[in-house]
Design a binder for this molecule. Structure first.
Ligand SMILES: [Zn+2]
Length: 136
């Protein structure tokens, strides 16, 4: 899905896409777990499946060794889900400077079905880049 660089970012922060998650989608490392979390949500909205895969930690239970199958699964999820809204509820430091938590609520629908979820996600920094591990 295409988005104008000057459109409001899908993550809901109120900034232009190019100044928000767009910069991360173009390769800028996320400065914080919250930035990474927001950019992953925006990637789901924009069906940027490669970004979701690249920002999943190799030790995450969601990481898949077969990129073709993984890409196909994510594509189906993105195509069949309507992403309505993201709300970041809280952020928390982890046990080390390379760990952090973000609690968020994502409002999503599949057809008429409300599949919204609230999750506290764990992020870990690997070689200078924040990556998603899992919900806890
Ligand atoms: Zn954003």
């Amino acid at each position: 899905m295409k988005i104008s660089p000057n459109a409001l970012c899908p993550c809901g922060r109120g900034l232009k896409y190019k100044k928000c998650c767009g910069a991360l989608h173009r390769g800028l490392p996320a400065a914080t777990p919250e930035d990474l979390m927001r950019s992953r949500y925006s990637a789901y909205v924009l069906k940027n499946v490669d970004y979701i895969m690249e920002t999943t930690h190799p030790l995450s239970p969601f990481y898949q060794a077969d990129p073709t199958a993984w890409r196909a699964q994510l594509s189906i999820f993105c195509t069949t889900t309507r992403f309505e809204k993201l709300a970041v509820l809280s952020v928390k430091k982890g046990d080390t400077p390379d760990e952090g938590y973000v609690t968020y609520r994502a409002t999503m629908f599949r057809g008429d079905q409300d599949i919204s979820s609230t999750e506290q996600s764990l992020f870990r920094r690997l070689q200078g880049r924040w990556l998603y591990i899992k919900g806890i």
